[in-house]
Design a protein around this ligand. Structure first.
Ligand code: PMT
Length: 218
C-alpha cells in the first residue's frame, strides 16, 4: 500500500544494545534485543529504501534487502554510523547505546578477590548528539527510553540532540520497550506536534515512523 515511497533514499537504522567489555569473558550490556530497530529496517526496505542496519549483538534474522554492519561497543557503533552518515538521507536510532564503559579493560580474566570490587566507568560518546551537530540534509529520528517523566525527558533530548523527531517509549511498561513484540510510543516533532499511539506491533510502529519521515522529506 505504501508502494516504493522511499525508493532512491538511504536509510540508516541502529538497533540492539552495545556491549562494553570488562575482560576477555565479561561485558556490561543492556536488555535491547534489536526487535524495534530490525522492524524499522524491514519496513524501510519494503518501501524501496537502501537500508543499512548498524546492529549490536542480536539473535534476530537480518531482514531481506538490508545491509547489516555488526558492532559491539558504542565506539564501534559511532565509527560505523559516521562512515555512512554523509550519504544518508534518514537516520533512525533505535539502538540502546551504553552511556558508560569500563575505564580499563583487563587483558586477562579478572580473578575473584576478598571483599568489594570497584569498577570505574568513563563516558561513551553520544552518537546521536554528534549527528545532530553535523546535520545537513539528513532527517534525524531518536528514541527515548524512559521510566519516568517520559514527555519532558523526550522533548529535552529532541532539542539537545537537534532531532527532527523523537519516539518516546515508557520502558517500565510490561508490554512495551525492551524485548517485547509490541511497543507503545509517543512521537514528538521539532515543530511542537505530538502524536500518541496505542499498543502496536513494532512493525506497525516502524511504518508510522516512516510515514512521518516521508512527510518531512516531502
Ligand atoms: O531492541 P528492543 O528489545 O526491541 O528494544 C527497543 C528499545 C527499548 C531499545 C528501543 O525502543 C529504544 O527505546 N531505544 C533507545 C534506547 C536508548 O538508549 O534511549 P536513550 O534515551 O538512552 O537515548 C536517546 C537516543 O540517543 C537514542 O536514540 C540512542 O540511540 C541515542 N544515543 C544514546 C546514548 C549514546 N551514547 N549515543 C546515542 O546515540
Amino acid at each position: 500500500a505504501k508502494g516504493r515511497a522511499l525508493a532512491g533514499r538511504k536509510v540508516l537504522v541502529t538497533a540492539g544494545g552495545t556491549i562494553e567489555p570488562l575482560d576477555p569473558v565479561r561485558y556490561l550490556g543492556n536488555r535491547s534485543t534489536g526487535r524495534m530497530g530490525y522492524a524499522i529496517a524491514q519496513q524501510a526496505a519494503s518501501r524501496g529504501a537502501e537500508v543499512v542496519l548498524v546492529s549490536g549483538p542480536s539473535a534476530l534474522p537480518v531482514p531481506e534487502g538490508v545491509r547489516i554492519v555488526r558492532v559491539e561497543t558504542a565506539r564501534q557503533m559511532r565509527e560505523a554510523v559516521l562512515k555512512e552518515y554523509e550519504t544518508t538521507d534518514v537516520v533512525i536510532k533505535a539502538a540502546a547505546v551504553a552511556d558508560y564503559r569500563p575505564k580499563v579493560v583487563a587483558a586477562d580474566k579478572i580473578k575473584k578477590q576478598e571483599g568489594e570490587f570497584t569498577l570505574v566507568l568513563e563516558r561513551n560518546p553520544d552518537i546521536l548528539y554528534e549527528l545532530g551537530q553535523k546535520k545537513e540534509h539528513q532527517v534525524l529520528v531518536g528514541f527515548a527510553a524512559e521510566t519516568q517523566h517520559v514527555e519532558d525527558y523526550a522533548k529535552g533530548k529532541l532539542q539537545k540532540k537537534n532531532l527532527d523527531f523523537i519516539v518516546a517509549n515508557d520502558v517500565s511498561a510490561k508490554d512495551a520497550g525492551f524485548g517485547t513484540e509490541t511497543n507503545r510510543v509517543k512521537i514528538f516533532a521539532r515543530d511542537g506536534r505530538m502524536w500518541e499511539y496505542p499498543l502496536m506491533s513494532k512493525s506497525e510502529i516502524g511504518g508510522i515512523i516512516l510515514d512521518h519521515v516521508q512527510e518531512k522529506l516531502g
